[in-house]
Design a protein around this ligand. Structure first.
Ligand code: ATP
Length: 238
């Protein structure tokens, strides 16, 4: 495995006095994809929120060599961690292109921004066709693509994706994951993907971790996890 872009050791997290995460250890390789799988309420969303500094945590979180645990969310974003939350969170009254420009808010390189918008339209042709359309009028799949695109405008070192397949039709999910695969293969984008759609996520990922009640209960190469009989029965349905 190449050098990790993200190393997490002994991560714990709390909602007030209620502990939600218990001693998580995991990594994302630079240029690799790690997936966190688990049922509803296992703690997947909480893990991403902990990494982004949105809740109270303890333990170690390293972005390459930089400790980021305890930093403010905006500083973690500036250091290169882009978080695409479940439910997407695009600016619905703004156009596709305005959303992309907002994604580059922390950047000053106007030329680079224009280039990145062009590259994004190459990856997401549906967005290119709709560049002047209000985000709120896009389909669910297009809004998810826009949310991911806006995060890409940060030129992130690591992207956190919370259930990108949520609420989307199977064909759109396939289209979306094919684009994520291209971003990984062609741009070397490092991703941590939380999913309930285990088969799509395992297909994309290099490493997989299974979560249950705030703990990691199994980990390994995605292919190996995907062929485990218990995992197949519980998460893949065959
Ligand atoms: P889902 O797929 O349903 O989002 P998940 O694996 O992402 O599931 P989390 O949303 O991380 O699970 O929830 C983990 C645990 O933390 C659950 O027991 C949940 O009830 C609890 N929890 C989540 N958000 C809060 C909150 N704001 N306050 C208190 N407890 C919370």
């Amino acid at each position: 495995m190449s050098e990790p872009i993200l190393s997490v050791r002994g991560l714990e997290a709390w909602y007030g006095r209620i502990q939600a995460l218990f001693g998580l250890d995991f990594e994302v390789a630079a240029g690799g994809v790690t997936t966190l799988l688990g049922a509803n309420g296992a703690g997947k969303t909480t893990t991403l929120r902990a990494l982004s500094g949105m809740i109270q945590t303890s333990g170690d979180i390293l972005l390459a060599d930089t400790p980021i645990r305890g930093k403010a969310t905006e500083d973690i974003v500036r250091l290169g961690v882009a978080h695409v939350p479940e439910g997407r969170g695009t600016f619905t009254a703004m156009t596709v292109e305005e959303n992309l420009q907002l994604g580059a808010m922390t950047r000053r390189d106007t030329g680079g921004i224009a280039e990145d918008i062009d590259r994004i339209y190459d990856y997401f042709p549906r967005l290119a066709e709709r560049r002047r359309q209000q985000a709120g009028t896009l389909s669910g799949g297009e809004q998810q693509m826009l949310a991911i695109s806006r995060a890409l405008m940060l030129r992130p070192r690591l992207m956190l994706l919370d259930e990108p397949s949520f609420g989307l039709a199977p064909l759109i999910v396939e289209e979306l994951f094919a684009i994520l695969r291209r971003l990984k293969d062609e741009q070397g984008l490092s991703m941590l993907v939380v999913e309930q759609n285990a088969s799509m996520a395992l297909d994309l990922a290099d490493e997989a971790y299974l979560m249950e009640t705030g703990k990691l209960i199994m980990s390994g190469p995605a292919q190996q996890i995907g062929s485990d009989e218990n995992v197949r029965r519980a998460y893949l349905g065959y």
